[in-house]
Design a protein around this ligand. Sequence first.
Ligand code: N0T
Length: 524
Amino acid sequence: TIFVLTVPKSFCQLPKLIEKDGHHALLVNGKPFFILGGQAHNSSAWPAMLPSVWSSIEVMHANTLEVPIYWEQVEPEQGTFDFSLIDTLLSQARQHNVHLILLWFATWKNGSNHYMPVWMKRDAGKYPNVIGKDGKPVDSPSPHSQATLDADKNAFVEVMKHLKKADERHSVIMIQLENEPGAWGSVRDYSPAGQKLFEADVPSELLTPSLLTALQIPAGTQGTWQKVFGERADEYFHAWSVARFIGQVAAAGKAVYPLPMYVNAALRDPLTNPMANTYESGGPTDNVTPIWKVAAPAIDILAPDIYISGSEKILKVISLYSRPDNALFVPEAALNADKVKYLSEVIARGGIGFSPFGIDDNGDSSLAEQTNEKLASFAHEYATIEPMMREIAQWSFDGKIKSVVEREDFAPQTIELGSWKAIVTFGGNRRGNAAPVNTDPTGKMMIVQLEENKFILIGTGCHITFQPTGKNAGRAWQYEKVEEGKYENGKFILRRIQNGDETDWGGPGFGRVPTVLRITLIVR
Ligand code: N0T
């Protein structure tokens, strides 16, 4: 007997990004997919470290592992390539039924050249660093070296060739180019090569009316960097140079194997418009994303790494990076409980994924328990969302989801839902009566509007009630049904109906572990 194994066509579809009405989706096997991610520590992509990485992925209920691949390991000698680590990652990802995002730690890692192969580090003349204003070398690679660009491009193309062959099942759904590129310690490259370019005229690609508008420069301005961009000239020049470099690496890789690609940003303060000597200069910070879009069209997404605190700042970052031309993706967030609520916000904004950083025990097994504790709050969210991830990704893409997060003042918040207004009050107890306020503002509520009067709610640390508005304003109302349950294979599975004390005292309550409710309302 001959068995013919038919692989469904969707299985072979390349991961792809799409956009509709400012909402984005990452298609995996042809359908919107939301990345419930976890990122390994920097030095954990070694076979001996991977058991802890996978154990954390399991504990978290993550569907995607973000993991570095190292240029120094991939090309130990110039032109000699070692893909053993990539193959190990691919086979283990399949075993664990988890997707991968590979992080190409190459010319830039946090603004430095530390992942360049030794043969490059030994030849600083050929692969130079940035020179600071004081004439001294800075610990950051120069974006103006053709030799460095050629070497990075060449190695990355080999990686993508290998992936194309070795990953027909598309375990790898996206690639991060470099890591937090830019420079700490100098706003730009003052080397003779850099200086010459800086003193030349701004390239015409950068002087389009739409870009000048985005950068708030009067239309028609032209001339040198200094003349066109004034006090921002140094930073914009570095952003242009770094983005051009990485854009060419990405384009070369995509020509071989066109996976979605992104670059991550070490953020600047999103509220005070500080100068670039106070943050990493040249990376895709919020003020230079328009430059990056023009300089590096092969980069699909500019993505914020969220280590800052405070809801005002973080919500601002989320809105700055979710734009019709930029899918919102948070590839790194500090692994602590106060970041968890923003997962809902990213989903509600039509984003494509979220991932805390540093999920494994980092080579110290005595930290395993502590690590699991830190993972717990993400684990509760992921465990709730994971079985309904495909539905959530579709609703998010369709713009059906709204979210509020608890602020530092613990104040109630409202969500407009057409002929209903939802009022969310924060407090840690399930019961409406005598609910204490949360000790930390970790509460949040996400609402999916399925129909005019029918909603899916996922929340923690809050209560919700409704008010008829618009055409229903002033009418009496009540719950038709408050169903608690979960999604499985696209169907809502009822656990119980909430009524009586569970709904009468200030509305249904949500504890520390997220609950999924399906609520239907009626007016009388
Ligand atoms: C992140 C991580 C890892 C004045 C830090 C954050 C990761 C990288 N960098 O653990 O190194 O690979 O992307 C930089 C945060 C800078 C904060 C500066 C505050």
